[in-house]
Design a protein around this ligand. Structure first.
Ligand SMILES: [Zn+2]
Length: 227
């Protein structure tokens, strides 16, 4: 399998990524319009989950932007987008519970999270190098050296994305378990919650596939030059 094959696969994965993010947006929009029967907002559910797990040093804050929800381990804040912070939809509580899943992972030192945190400085450095790759190719005559650097940069990014998968899957698994056991969502509402979180997970899988093809593509060029 050569360069052309992986270029084609990369384009295919690019379209899979676009499909994944479009389907996440549409699934999210659908369940944002359906109110949960317990009438809890995302912020209320997040605060309650953190309390339930004895996590007292993490705050819940509102942030701007659509689907900008995240857990910030450095400042110990669960940030929820306005519509999920105030909203009482199935999507709002699902996203809030997922972000709290990340807070629980950090509090319990879940192994993939620890590994992922250790990789952050390396990934940041690789990102900086990737921005400079073009400039680097102007100064280094040896095309192969530039290719090898590019390979390392993309490989580091790929590894980081691979480690991110169990982190994301686990956060959603925890979220669904909590939402179900605490009766925030009723059985018939769990289906919607699962759909939202699965759609989000799919975007991470698509990202990994794209990265993998990028790595294999560079590797195929390097191999061709060796032989
Ligand atoms: Zn997540």
């Amino acid at each position: 399998m050569g360069y052309e094959f992986f270029t084609l696969m990369m384009i295919l994965c690019f379209f899979i990524s676009i499909f994944a993010s479009t389907s996440l947006k549409s699934t999210y929009k659908k369940y944002m319009k359906i109110q949960n029967s317990s009438h809890f907002s995302g912020a209320q559910v997040a605060a309650s989950i953190l309390r339930q797990f004895g996590i007292n040093d993490v705050r819940v804050e509102e942030t701007s932007g659509e689907l900008s929800d995240h857990y910030d381990p450095r400042h110990k804040v669960v940030r929820l987008s306005t519509e999920n912070y105030h909203g009482t939809s199935i999507a709002a509580v699902s996203v809030a519970a997922h972000e709290c899943g990340h807070a629980i992972q950090h509090a319990t030192e879940y192994v993939p999270v620890v590994l992922r945190s250790k990789m952050v400085p390396v990934v940041n450095f690789a990102n900086k190098v990737s921005y400079g790759l073009f400039a680097l190719s102007l100064f280094i005559d040896n095309y192969e050296t530039v290719l090898k650097i590019a390979f390392l940069v993309f490989f580091v990014t790929f590894l980081f994305q691979v480690v991110t998968l169990p982190v994301e899957f686990d956060a959603s698994k925890r979220a669904l378990k909590i939402l179900n056991s605490s009766n925030v969502l009723q059985e018939h509402e769990m289906k919607g919650s699962k759909k939202v979180l699965k759609a989000a997970a799919f975007t991470y899988v698509a990202g990994v596939l794209y990265s993998l093809m990028q790595v294999l593509r560079i590797l195929s060029v390097l191999n061709r030059r060796d032989s």
